[in-house]
Write a protein that binds this ligand. Structure first.
Ligand SMILES: Nc1nc2c(ncn2[C@@H]2O[C@H](COP(=O)(O)OP(=O)(O)OP(=O)(O)O)[C@@H](O)[C@H]2O)c(=O)[nH]1
Ligand SMILES: [Ca+2]
Length: 491
């Protein structure tokens, strides 16, 4: 007689069906219970009120992870029309009004239901530092005007303040290293070089610096369980616009009517006012007596001579520390790599010199050719570039090289440790992100606890265990199967 397939008995079929349903139910419940929640986002807004202009940055991060693992990214940026807020000294309310268009843009980018819980910060840098030195009453009025404008927004306004140079440098360093994922992973950090219009910052961690020499240059952080002693310095008046003034002040001490400038292109000629050139605390004490109202700023386009005059902007004579950069400021031995952003990037990108594997000699050679190019040719080749920027790239390129090599002591070898950068993974390099991460406590001091298994591993293990339990169950009830009991009877 043909033996009946034991799997086709009603008992085994029922056991199998129940078992399969039980496994599916168990795995489904376990998976659903632990599934990452649907992503919701939170937002933060920082206004960078720089000396030359103001920019607004909107940051975004996953809502349920804000305290530890969620990655903060730049969602949008808006450039405020017009000059920096410090330029509104004669009409402070206009500083507040100037922010309106970007604030409205921010209202559209941040979902309405998040408006009230979105922190809004404004940090002002060197332009306001200079105005504060020049006229505290007026700088307070400008701050009042921007505060008034920001308080009216639907966001959670957290204050508008003057950043210290140290903060500007340190938060730029935090931004670069956060975006590069170096902090969470405890990797060797990247130094930060920021060149603004009115000040410039250098920040890096050096094995030779523990903060004991020149403590005012040290900032300590504990981030993700690692301690950092950061060297940072901000040079007020050494942003590229103010450095240009200092250099032109050198040229105009005798109050000449014509200035033949080696850092401007041959054929360049522009009439400028003495009162405008000297309208800054960086040069105001050197204004020549009895100078005419204006001077003709003309170009000769000589890179070597330009280097010589740019070098005079720096003072290398005194140093009371073991070593200095310039102006008697302590600086430990450079330790790379470095990320150079803001005007470092704008200028080197324009000059096609962001590739630092080119030798310094070649960089200088290219700049020499560029500076010697007639102004008419430069204007013709770049019809879309603002003439104000175009007129200064020869000076700016020369200033950047002189600042890096003579100022900070980069060599032809360590120059290749510098990367000229604008953005890292879609977010702008600059102090704003680091500032917000710090104020919202978004970088924990200790490394966050992570689940022992990733989600996919967890799902696989639950499934395997459920299948094993079911097989064990089948084996244990085997004697009850009709086929098995029949065989036992035969024996
Ligand atoms: N060529 C060029 N120059 C720019 C551009 N944007 C800004 N600059 C100039 O580059 C210099 C530095 O700009 P920023 O980094 O915005 O300076 P800032 O933040 O206003 O100034 P600080 O308060 O000193 O940091 C200024 O002289 C600007 O006029 C650009 O898109 N192209
Ligand atoms: Ca800046």
């Amino acid at each position: 007689m043909k033996e009946k397939n034991p799997w086709h008995t009603p008992v085994t079929i029922i056991i199998t069906v129940i078992g399969v349903i039980a496994i599916v139910a168990l795995v489904t419940v376990a998976v659903l219970q632990n599934m990452p929640l649907l992503q919701k986002y939170k937002y933060g807004i920082v206004l960078d009120a720089g000396s030359s202009h103001t920019s607004l940055y909107i940051y975004e991060w996953p809502a349920e992870k804000d305290n530890n693992t969620g990655r903060v990214e730049q969602k949008h940026s808006c450039t405020v029309d017009g000059p920096g807020i410090s330029s509104y000294a004669s009409a402070p309310p206009k500083a507040g009004e100037s922010l309106r268009a970007c604030m409205r843009e921010a209202e559209e980018w941040v979902p309405k239901k998040r408006h009230h819980e979105t922190p809004l910060y404004l940090g002002a840098t060197a332009g306001m530092r200079l105005l504060d030195m020049e006229n505290k009453v007026v700088s307070d009025k400008v701050f009042e005007a921007v505060k008034g404008a920001l308080e009216k927004s639907p966001f959670s306004y957290q204050g508008a303040r003057l950043l210290k140079g140290q903060e500007e440098g340190a938060f730029g360093w935090v931004t670069v290293n956060y975006l590069d994922d170096r902090l969470k992973q405890g990797l060797e950090t990247t130094g930060a070089l920021d060149l603004g219009g009115a000040s410039t910052q250098i920040s890096f961690v050096s094995d030779n610096y523990d903060g004991s020499e020149s403590p005012s240059n040290s900032v300590t952080f504990r981030l993700y369980g690692n301690d950092y002693t950061l060297y940072t310095h901000s040079f007020l008046c050494y942003g590229k616009d103010q450095a240009q003034r200092i250099r032109l002040a050198e040229h105009t001490q005798s109050g000449p009517k014509i200035v033949a400038d080696p850092c401007s292109h041959p054929g360049y000629s522009e009439t400028k006012k003495y009162s405008v050139l000297y309208d800054s605390p960086c040069v105001s004490d050197r204004k020549p007596q009895g100078a005419p109202e204006t001077f003709d700023h003309t170009g000769t386009g000589n890179f070597q001579e330009c280097q010589e005059v740019v070098k005079k902007v720096f003072n290398f004579t005194k140093c009371k520390y073991s070593q200095c950069s310039f102006n008697g400021v302590f600086q430990p031995i450079l330790q790379g790599p470095f990320g150079a952003f803001s005007a470092y990037y704008f200028v080197m990108d324009f000059l096609n010199l962001t590739d630092t594997s080119i030798t310094l000699e070649d960089v200088k050679e290219k700049l020499k050719l560029y500076c010697a190019t007639p102004w008419s040719q430069i204007v013709q080749q770049h019809p879309k570039t603002k003439p104000k920027y175009l007129a200064e790239y020869c000076f700016s390129g020369t200033y950047i090289l002189t600042l890096l090599i003579d100022g900070y002591n980069f060599t032809s070898v360590s120059y290749s440790d510098i990367r000229f950068i604008k953005k890292i993974k879609g977010s702008d390099a600059g102090w704003t992100l680091g500032y917000m991460l710090n104020l919202t406590n978004m970088i924990p001091a200790e490394a966050p606890d992570t689940p022992p298994l990733p989600y996919a591993g967890y799902v696989s293990i639950v499934t395997i265990i459920a299948v094993l339990i079911f097989i064990l169950f089948l084996v244990s009830v085997r004697p009850l199967w009709p086929h098995c009991s029949k065989q036992q009877q035969i024996v």
